[in-house]
Design a protein around this ligand. Structure first.
Ligand SMILES: Cc1cc2nc3c(=O)[nH]c(=O)nc-3n(C[C@H](O)[C@H](O)[C@H](O)COP(=O)(O)OP(=O)(O)OC[C@H]3O[C@@H](n4cnc5c(N)ncnc54)[C@H](O)[C@@H]3O)c2cc1C
Length: 480
């Protein structure tokens, strides 16, 4: 992740994010003399060469879930005098121009009737929905209308009406995606799924649950805890199950449990003409027909609106241990995670944090962690098994010049460590409040990890960006 000076969105930050920034009193300790010197040093240097190496990210923004047909290029409903920067000379913004046609009043009235009045034409609300908080991609247009459906039937009617008027739609979950997924480049209708968040049925014996898409993974896990079950995917705090399906997300436990692709049993989806389809059944294994579930998983809202999800659940582990250790270089840390994988040890999480991210964590959480490349591990199973695995990894760490190997077993200490880790993105904003984040992922096989990290580090060192690298192990690949 890299950071660049903020341009235009500060007035429209999500309220919790704003509160977070306002409550952070910052004292930035860098390798450079001081925070202010460092920030000023960064300002005014061109970031465009680096941006030009991100074609994939731009493509994602351009494909942000629009169903548009026959659109004429006209002015957006969004007022132009609100002081938004639209890119241009010297700007680092990646702005999607898009096409736009006015949404007919007839459609707006239809949507109001379908949703029993639960629609919004409010400017700030529309701006917020069309301006993803964690993304440096922007669009000239943003949604003209936001609808808040409360059932699958309502979603079907909304999509049918939009199809009739040839107005684009973009489904909207927790808005935690990081590469412009929730942009509305062509304006149109934003379908906010936040009011569809019921648990429809829980099957404890079959270890599965049927939910509406607007429920968050954190809320779901709170619901499941008394049953001794949990759902193992943990992307951004606030992410919804529908958005997680649409992005085929992973999470810190993906090394053990796989990604969303491996954990969704069945979907109900509203297609672009309003038809409702079921992709499979609750049976775990079926070889009959096309694998429509996997087609929908990762389709980023472009193939349909997910309205119901059946998820595979896991037993809450009997015991777990979280270990942490430090390295002189990020390559040493990467080598240890590779060696751990090769040793056959069954870790449930491995995450690498570089020194910049640790510094941000220290500042935001008033911690005093050593500001060097750090690996975080989690082992789950019986008490004896997790202790044994911990000792084996400690030996590997020592063999690679790792230091300060510590581990925690109390629930509070473990929760705190992972919470700090999950909130590291916001910690980085706290470290550099005048900056905006530019986030991207690459996914490489194990054998290319060290090379990927070294080359990325060399490129970023040569740039003017304030940057950090984090790494997450997902089954047999790494996300960096
Ligand atoms: C701090 C932080 C940590 C993160 N960690 C991870 C991680 O470890 N692994 C990972 O993979 N990601 C991670 N992410 C990214 C993000 O959390 C995931 O991409 C998540 O799956 C997005 O879910 P959402 O509900 O926020 O979706 P949104 O951002 O609202 O939408 C994402 C996409 O899904 C579509 N969509 C939403 N709902 C539906 C629906 N019901 N039907 C059809 N399409 C829909 C949208 O149109 C959009 O294209 C992280 C993000 C943050 C901020």
């Amino acid at each position: 992740m890299a950071f660049l000076p903020r341009f235009s969105r500060s007035n429209f930050c999500r309220p919790h994010f704003l509160r977070f920034l306002q409550s952070s009193t910052l004292n930035f300790h860098t390798r450079a003399p001081s925070h202010h010197e460092y920030v000023n040093h960064q300002k005014g240097r061109s970031l465009l060469p680096w941006l030009s190496s991100l074609p994939i990210a731009v493509a994602v923004a351009l494909s942000a879930g629009a169903y548009a047909l026959n659109l004429e290029k006209t002015h957006s409903l969004c007022e132009p005098d609100r002081g938004h920067s639209l890119g241009g000379k010297g700007s680092t913004e990646l702005v999607v121009q898009g096409y736009h046609k006015d949404v007919p009043l007839e459609l707006i009235n239809e949507l109001r009737t379908i949703c029993n009045g639960n629609i919004s034409l409010d400017y700030d609300e529309r701006f917020l929905h069309g301006t993803p908080q964690n993304s440096f991609h922007k669009a000239v247009n943003f949604p003209d209308v936001i609808v808040y459906p409360s059932s699958e039937v309502e979603v079907s009617k909304i999509v049918r009406a939009c199809n009739k008027h040839k107005v684009p739609i973009v489904p909207y979950g927790g808005a935690t995606s990081i590469e412009g997924h929730t942009l509305s480049p062509h304006g149109g209708v934003c379908i906010d799924m936040s009011t569809m968040k019921r648990v429809k049925s829980l099957h404890v014996e079959d270890m599965d649950v049927v939910v509406e898409p607007g429920i968050g993974w954190m809320e779901l896990n709170e619901y499941l805890k008394p049953y001794g079950l949990f759902f193992p995917l943990d992307p951004g705090p606030g992410a919804t199950i529908g958005g997680m399906c649409a992005t085929r997300c992973s999470g810190s436990l993906a090394v053990r449990y796989g990604t969303m692709r491996d954990n969704v049993i069945n979907l109900q989806v509203v297609l672009a003409d309003g038809d409702i389809v079921r992709t499979a059944s609750r049976a775990r294994k079926s070889a009959a027909g096309y694998d429509l579930t996997r087609l929908m998983i990762g389709s980023e809202g472009t193939l349909g609106v997910i309205t119901e999800v059946t998820l595979r659940l896991q037993k809450l582990p009997e015991h777990s241990v979280v270990a942490m250790c430090n390295f002189k270089t990020i390559k040493d840390a990467a080598d240890v995670s590779i060696a751990t994988m090769h040793s056959g040890i069954q870790v449930s999480r491995v995450e690498l944090l570089d020194e910049v991210q640790i510094r941000a964590i220290n500042i935001a959480n008033e911690k005093n962690l050593p500001e060097v490349p750090t690996l975080l591990f989690e082992f789950i199973g019986t008490e004896a098994y997790t202790r044994e695995q911990t000792l084996l990894v400690e030996k590997i760490v020592r063999e690679h010049d790792g230091t300060n190997f510590v581990f925690v077993e109390t629930p509070e200490a473990k929760t705190e460590l992972w919470k700090i880790r999950k909130e590291a993105l916001w910690a980085c904003f706290a470290m550099a409040p005048d900056y905006e984040a530019m986030i991207t992922d690459v996914c490489v096989p194990l054998s290319r990890l060290a090379e990927c990290i070294s080359k990325t580090k060399a490129l970023l060192d040569a740039s003017s960006l304030l940057w950090y690298i984090e790494k997450l192990l997902v089954k047999d690949s790494f996300i960096v």
